[in-house]
Ligand binder design. Structure first.
Ligand code: GLP
Length: 272
């Protein structure tokens, strides 16, 4: 299809099973929309003298949003000094300076390039002793509550239907905790870890309930390999076998996708 035709077609907006669906020409246009929404919220809160609490995600999917926020910080005076962040998850165990660490990912892809205050950054700790994880997770929940709850939660989606690392059989009432990683998830991570045998078996993740407590949820999905799980999440029954289906119960959730990820959705038939 010629580029000019595409420009008339996108974005496509629909709603199905309570989930807002937006399909963009490509991932970079979707990322720009998410980054603009975040920047608007951050600025609104700053002018009211209030903090803005963001739930952040890792993986390849949100990288475009972080690139755009860095650009806005550099070129458009966007300050993140009033931003408090809580990341979804971290492998366990995991050293913060390891190549696969989500602490390192966040520093390299966002925090090192903006003016967010280090004391406002929260990421599950992959270095603590196993017996202290329970207490760490309880404290993580308390810190989110003390910050006033998450205003906007960014999400990717795993091919198992996980959000954060809430693998199949994670129920709607789960909170921050240690989990066992699914074999599909470990296989998907194998390349990053130079082999399956190096992928941790565990992770610490916010729970499904922690995520659903956020005021707004913005899930991004790009590429054909996400199309099957996107279709099951949006069109399937709500089930703990696909934790992302619990998003259907949230009042303000939007999936931002490229054509490939949305290819199994019959958007012309979606309805309220
Ligand atoms: C990991 C992360 C998830 C992320 C998923 C998809 O499992 N814990 O939060 O959504 O990967 O990753 P990607 O965005 O690279 O496809």
């Amino acid at each position: 299809m010629p580029e000019s035709t595409n420009q008339h077609r996108y974005p496509i907006h629909a709603i199905h099973a309570g989930i807002g669906l937006s399909v963009f020409k490509n991932a970079s246009e979707a990322s720009q929309v998410v980054a603009t929404e975040i920047a608007t919220l951050v600025r609104e809160r700053a002018s009211a003298g209030k903090p803005c609490v963001l739930g952040l995600a890792t993986g390849s999917t949100p990288m475009g949003v972080y690139r755009e926020l860095i650009r806005m910080h550099r070129d458009e005076n966007l300050s993140l000094r009033n931003v408090v962040t809580f990341n979804l998850d971290e492998y366990f165990p995991m050293a913060p300076d390891a190549a696969q660490s989500y602490v390192r990912f966040m520093n390299e892809n966002l925090f090192d390039h903006v003016d967010v205050l280090s004391e406002n950054v929260h990421i599950p700790d992959g270095t603590i002793a196993e017996e202290s994880v329970g207490k760490f997770c309880d404290d993580y929940e308390s810190k989110i509550a003390a910050a006033g709850g998450i205003d906007l939660q960014l999400l990717g989606i795993g091919r198992t239907g996980h959000i954060g690392f809430n693998e199949p059989r994670s129920d709607a009432d789960t909170v921050t905790r240690m989990v066992v990683l699914n074999s599909v998830t470990r296989n998907d991570a194998a390349e990053n870890f130079d082999g399956l045998e190096n992928v941790p078996h565990h992770a610490v993740t916010m729970g499904v309930q922690t995520i659903l407590n956020a005021q707004r949820i913005r899930l991004m999905a790009y590429g054909e390999h996400k199309s099957a799980i996107v279709e099951r999440t949006v069109c399937g029954d709500i089930t703990e076998s696909i934790p992302a289906t619990f998003l259907q119960q949230h009042g303000d959730v939007r999936f931002l996708m490229d054509d490939a990820a949305a290819s199994k959705l019959n958007l012309s038939n979606t309805s309220k």
